[in-house]
Ligand binder design. Structure first.
Ligand code: ATP
Length: 307
């Protein structure tokens, strides 16, 4: 879809009509500056952030009028803390994430950020507060610098470089033939999976947003890349409200709170220590199932049971 775009036109060409398609493709989801599709309510106000606490209150949602994918989902992702969403495939984790920037709106219930119903704030202010790192970072035609700048079109070169440093990307960028001006994408240099991820993290960091939505990668990277990506993520997560679709045991174990989803509902919540010992709990069962691979999960392997 995006391949057809003229590389020189960049952000300006990412038009409104692409928004929905892009979400479905989980491709340019991380480009949160796309012009929102629906107009704001007449009384919409800018979101006022204090600690960026996110609250789902009895949220019901379906992609069509006939399905109910989320059934009265309630949870709080505390400001500045990490909340991990876990559960089997199809449980609704990605759907929960996509409601936060309002790619979709709930059929019932509400989502609050610092007490403000996000349906009542301007989409621009909402999305400015959010950065997103996807499983499969998308690189556009253009230079490395352009690709980081997609995170915030008015970022200066110095801010881009700073974001790249924090994302542990600066050194490999300098090692490219033209440094930050090296073309990537279809006709550019080929970057490794770990390098692409670090560019995506730099793109998120340059937004300097208080909320980070993270869809953790499931594909294995080599150990060295893995460590660099993990350090970059730690940097990106620090001090932010993070909601992460967690695939690695190490992420789940370190999360301040785990939300266990199944079939569109929150079935358990708590810390790893509390949930792992709960008799007959879903999390405890999933956790036991994957115990033999726990060591591997610390590094790169997708965990066996959908966690
Ligand atoms: P996974 O770990 O496999 O990504 P998940 O827990 O994130 O799963 P979702 O992707 O949120 O689950 O999917 C929940 C349900 O919603 C599934 O039944 C899925 O088929 C459906 N679904 C997801 N996206 C769409 C969409 N764009 N249109 C229609 N149905 C969708």
């Amino acid at each position: 879809l995006l391949m057809a775009y003229d590389p020189a036109r960049r952000l300006a060409r990412l038009q409104v009509s692409l928004e929905r398609a892009a979400v479905n493709a989980r491709m340019i989801y991380e480009i949160l500056d796309i012009q929102p599709r629906q107009a704001d309510r007449a009384d919409a106000r800018p979101l006022a952030i204090s600690d960026a606490t996110i609250t789902f209150r009895d949220v019901r949602f379906g992609y069509t009028d006939n399905d109910t994918i989320l059934k009265d989902v309630s949870f709080t992702a505390e400001g500045g803390k990490t909340t991990a969403l876990v559960g089997p495939s199809g449980a609704g984790k990605s759907t929960v994430i996509s409601l936060i920037p309002r790619f979709y709106d709930p059929a019932a219930g509400e989502i609050l950020i610092d007490g403000q119903d996000i349906a009542h704030v301007t989409k621009q202010s909402l999305r400015n507060a959010i950065a997103y790192v996807s499983q499969q970072p998308y690189l556009f035609e253009g230079t490395i610098r352009d690709n980081i700048r997609y995170g915030r079109p008015d970022a200066t070169d110095a801010e881009i470089e700073e974001a790249a440093r924090h994302a542990y990307a600066h050194d490999f960028i300098l090692a490219q033939p033209l440094g930050y001006d090296t073309p990537v994408g279809e006709n550019g240099v080929t970057l490794s999976g770990g390098q692409r991820q670090r560019l995506s993290i730099a793109r998120a960091l340059v937004r300097n947003a208080p909320i980070l939505l993270l869809d953790e990668a499931t594909s294995a990277l080599d150990t060295e890349s893995e460590q660099a990506v993990q350090r970059a993520l730690d940097e990106a997560m620090s001090g932010r409200t993070v909601v992460v679709i967690a695939h690695r045991l190490s992420t789940v174990v370190r999360a301040d709170k785990i939300i266990v989803m199944q079939a569109g509902q929150v079935v358990e919540e708590g810390t790893h220590a509390a949930l792992a010992t709960r008799e007959n709990g879903l999390y405890a069962r999933l956790n036991n199932l994957q115990a033999p691979t726990a060591g591997a999960a610390q590094t790169s392997q997708e965990t066996g049971a959908g966690i």
